[in-house]
Design a protein around this ligand. Structure first.
Ligand SMILES: Cc1cc2nc3c(=O)[nH]c(=O)nc-3n(C[C@H](O)[C@H](O)[C@H](O)COP(=O)(O)O)c2cc1C
Length: 188
């Protein structure tokens, strides 16, 4: 079975190391898994004023989430939480009330930073948000990736075999989790 996984990069930095991490994951996708980006940089600020008539870019964002089998969030940590641009995107996805895009959605989280423990705090905040959305969030493996210079080449190649193996295994685990969620739905 083929799964389409939509990935959201929680950084709009032109030099984002998390975008680099996402490019590595795209390259390492196992057979039967396709990774497609769900971009967030075109979204304006969310406000409930938009609930009555979402703008086209927000409609497209929610549809992109609907159209994939699972969502992978690749995010940096900002000030021990997630970046505002990611939270803003998630707020768009959560509304209008009762139409949350993450309800029942298989979701996984991974993040990269230059430091050793970076993104652990952000990921815990993100898990709380996704729990509120009733997303089905993968618990393990957790992915706190220390992105040292040269770890991921410009073309997305991971230069350290153990890291490449971990990232490929992370995607395999998410693919398996999506299959299990789908099987559970079929038998519900
Ligand atoms: C506003 C701001 C806050 C940050 N806060 C943290 C933090 O709390 N923990 C951390 O590990 N790194 C933090 N950093 C450093 C980021 O990990 C680093 O800038 C990283 O490259 C961001 O990811 P990106 O390149 O994908 O945008 C922060 C960076 C910025 C700009």
């Amino acid at each position: 079975m083929t799964h389409r996984i939509g990935y959201i990069v929680g950084s709009i930095s032109s030099t984002s190391i998390n975008r680099r991490l996402a490019s590595a994951l795209v390259k390492l996708a196992p057979e039967g898994v396709e990774l497609v980006e769900i971009p967030i940089s075109g979204l304006g600020f969310y406000s409930p004023d938009h609930d009555a008539a979402y703008p086209p870019e927000a409609i497209a964002f929610k549809k992109a989430i609907d159209d994939v089998d699972g969502v992978l969030i690749v995010t940096p940590e900002y000030s021990r939480s997630i970046p505002g641009v990611l939270k803003n995107a998630l707020d768009w996805a959560a509304r209008p009330y009762g139409q949350g895009s993450f309800n029942g959605k298989p979701t996984a989280i991974i993040g990269g930073s230059g430091g050793g423990v970076g993104t652990a705090a952000a990921q815990q905040h993100l898990r709380a948000i996704l729990g509120h959305y009733n997303a089905v969030t993968m618990g393990q493996p957790e992915g706190f990736i220390q992105i040292t210079p040269g770890l991921i080449a410009d073309d997305g190649t991971v230069t350290v075999p153990s890291t490449a193996e971990f990232l490929a295994g992370f995607l395999q685990a998410f693919d398996l989790m999506i299959s299990r969620v789908e099987a559970a739905r079929r038998h519900a």
